[in-house]
Design a protein around this ligand. Structure first.
Ligand code: HEM
Length: 156
């Protein structure tokens, strides 16, 4: 395929970005669980707040952007053929599995946003959820990732 970067390279970079993104989404709620279990104002709380902030800035932010950027590039290439056709016709060629995957990745992106705003509240000293809640939340990205990966690879 005649692009600046090849399709297969983009696919590899997409998967690498996905690995970083999902790992971050799995770790961050665990950090929030430790913060919630710690003594307010204590050393553990301060250390974990800093670790959570670094995880958001260094891993989660960039990997969200790169996952979407490579995903959109793959999508544009995968369905292309011909973008000069009318839009409904182009959209008609999009396979069904992709719409399912899109719903899942929009869900993950919303979950990401929820974690960011929860992080701000924890910094402000507001603990709105229990330690158990955060432990449960940390399981969700993996379950969604399983479904998203199988949709992308099996293309049902
Ligand atoms: C964020 C928006 C995303 C978009 C727009 C997107 C879009 C795409 C597209 C168009 C492909 C190419 C499919 C093919 O060539 O067969 C692809 C591949 C893939 N995506 Fe995504 N994706 C996104 C996020 C994710 C996430 C969150 C995961 C995993 C949790 C994921 C896992 C994969 C895998 C494993 C492949 C390789 C499939 C294969 O080569 O058969 N993607 N993605």
């Amino acid at each position: 395929m005649d692009h600046i970067i090849g399709y297969d390279l983009a696919r590899g970079l997409h998967i690498i970005a996905v690995i970083a993104w999902i790992s971050g989404l799995l770790m961050l709620p665990r950090f929030y669980a430790y913060i919630t279990a710690s003594a307010p104002g204590g050393e553990v709380e301060q250390t974990m707040l800093k670790a959570a902030r670094n995880l958001r800035m260094i891993i989660l932010g960039p990997s969200l952007v790169l996952t979407w950027a490579f995903g959109i590039f793959l999508f544009a290439t995968y369905i292309s053929g011909d973008w000069s056709r009318p839009l409904p016709e182009v959209l008609g060629t999009v396979p069904h599995w992709f719409w399912g995957k899109l719903i899942l990745v929009l869900g993950l992106s919303g979950y990401h946003g929820f974690l960011i705003s929860s992080g701000r509240k924890l910094i402000a000293g507001e603990r709105r959820h229990s330690e158990k809640f955060w432990r449960l939340m940390s399981e969700i990205p993996f379950l969604v990732a399983i479904a998203a990966v199988l949709l992308a690879t099996l293309e049902p």
